[in-house]
Design a protein around this ligand. Structure first.
Ligand SMILES: [Cu+2]
Length: 126
């Protein structure tokens, strides 16, 4: 009986240790916020995948942008005007943008070269 209690105690301590590791790992992954956004063409429409990015105010946001659109033209933009982000990404290329989300709200993400390109949004939570 005593041995069984001791074993239960060990399992309990093990669970606490695992929980602590998971907490540290998630805290580490939370800042900076890193995303990969792929620019694709789906049935003739150009979209960013994922198109909605959610962060918290004060976060350092890092976005890796990949231009995977096979049709012409070979260049597409990635812009978040409210945070002065504006990049041109060539086909098959990757560019990384980094900024601090210093204001809360919903902000437009667009290809500044082609207005028809479906917009995305950056949601900065308070
Ligand atoms: Cu475009």
């Amino acid at each position: 009986m005593r041995q069984m209690w001791r074993m239960c105690g060990r399992i309990f301590l093990g669970m606490i240790a695992l929980g602590a590791v998971a907490f540290v790992a998630s805290a580490k992954a939370d800042n900076p916020h890193e995303f990969t956004v792929v620019n694709i063409e789906y049935e003739g429409t150009k979209v960013f995948v994922p198109s909605t990015l959610v962060v918290h105010k004060g976060d350092t946001v890092k976005i890796k942008v990949i231009n995977n659109i096979k049709s012409e033209p070979p260049n597409h933009g990635f812009a978040i005007p409210d945070f002065n982000i504006e990049e041109v990404v060539n086909r098959g290329e990757t560019k990384t943008v980094e900024f601090t989300a210093d204001k809360a709200g919903v902000f437009d993400i667009k290809c500044h070269l082609h207005p028809a390109h479906v917009h995305g949004q950056l949601i900065v939570l308070q």
